[in-house]
Ligand binder design. Structure first.
Ligand SMILES: [Fe+2]
Ligand SMILES: [Fe+2]
Length: 268
C-alpha cells in the first residue's frame, strides 16, 4: 500500500456516506418514473426535458447529428427531435444528462463531459450486446444500459467523498487494470467496489450493483458484468477519449462494424 494517507478501513468508512448520502438527481428519478409507467408517453418525457435547457440542447444536437440525420434536414423543435431519435433513446440521453448536471464531481467541465461521455458510450455498447444475445428481453436491454451508464460511478464516489483531488491525480486519466491497481494501492479500495457500495445505498437492484462491482473482472459469470467488462474494454480500445456525447452513436456504430465483438464469451 502506497503511503497516501488513505487506507482501506478509512476509505470504506467514508464510502458509507453515513451522514450525507448524495441523492440521485431529481430529474434522473423523474425520467425513470416516466420510463416505467406504461401510462406515460413522449409528452411526459418532453415536459421533463423542456424544463432544462442543457438537456433540450443536447437532444437537438443528437437529432441533427450524422447518426440521426443522414439527409442533413435540420430540426429545431424538441417534439420533432424526440420523434426522430425515438423515446427510448431520448430517455437514455436525458438520463445521462441528469447525472452529468445533477452530480457535483470535483473537477472541471472538460473532465466531467468526458467522464459521462465514456459512461454513455459503455452503456450504448452494453445495450447493443444485450440485444444481440437476448433480442426479445427488453428489460435486460434497459438494465444493460443502466449498468453501463453507472459502471464507473465509484470514481465519482471516490472523488466526491474520499479524495477531492481524485480526478486531478493519475487516477483521473487512467483506465482498466492500471487504474484498479493504482486505486487499491492509493485508497485501499477500487472504484468497482466503491460503485457497488454507492448503488447499494441508492437501493439499485442487486444484479446492477453486482455487475458494477465486477465490471473489471473478466471471469465473473454474471451476464451483466460480462457485457460491461466487454463494453468497457471496447470503448477504451476503439472510441477516442474526447469524443463528444452527441458524436458517440455514429462513432460506436462504425467501431462495432470495424471491430465486431466476440459474443462467444457472453453466451458461454
Ligand atoms: Fe471501471
Ligand atoms: Fe469505464
Amino acid at each position: 500500500m502506497m503511503n497516501s494517507g488513505f487506507d482501506r478501513e478509512s476509505t470504506l468508512e467514508l464510502l458509507k456516506f453515513s451522514d450525507d448520502l448524495p441523492s440521485l438527481p431529481d430529474r434522473f428519478v423523474r425520467i425513470q418514473q416516466v420510463i416505467q409507467d406504461p401510462e406515460s408517453g413522449a409528452d411526459d418525457l418532453a415536459r421533463i426535458i423542456r424544463s432544462d435547457q442543457a438537456t433540450t440542447a443536447m437532444i437537438l444536437k443528437f437529432a441533427n447529428s450524422p447518426a440521426y440525420n443522414p439527409t442533413h434536414t435540420p430540426i429545431g423543435e424538441l417534439s420533432k427531435a424526440i420523434a426522430r431519435i425515438g423515446s427510448r433513446e431520448t430517455a437514455h440521453i436525458a438520463t445521462t444528462m441528469s447525472l452529468m448536471y445533477g452530480m457535483i464531481l470535483p473537477t472541471g467541465m472538460a473532465n466531467i463531459r468526458s467522464f459521462w461521455a465514456h459512461a454513455f458510450g459503455v452503456a450504448t455498447v452494453c445495450e447493443h450486446l444485450a440485444r444481440l444475445v437476448h433480442p426479445a428481453e427488453q428489460q435486460c436491454h434497459e438494465r444493460a444500459f443502466m449498468t453501463g451508464l453507472l459502471h464507473d460511478i465509484g470514481r465519482a464516489a471516490l472523488g466526491m467523498r474520499v479524495d477531492f483531488s481524485y480526478f486531478e491525480r493519475e487516477s483521473g486519466h487512467m483506465h482498466g487494470e492500471p487504474l484498479i491497481r493504482f486505486e487499491e494501492a492509493y485508497y485501499g479500495v477500487n472504484h468497482a467496489e466503491a460503485g457497488m457500495q454507492l448503488l447499494r445505498l441508492w437501493l439499485f437492484p442487486d444484479d446492477i450493483f453486482t455487475a458494477v462491482g465486477e465490471h473489471h473482472n473478466p471471469d465473473c459469470p454474471h451476464f451483466l458484468a460480462r457485457i460491461c467488462y466487454q463494453a468497457n474494454a471496447f470503448c477504451n480500445d476503439h472510441v477516442p477519449e474526447h469524443t463528444g456525447i452527441e458524436a458517440l452513436p455514429a462513432t460506436i456504430a462504425q467501431a462495432l462494424a470495424d471491430h465486431p465483438v466476440d459474443l462467444s464469451t457472453l453466451t458461454a
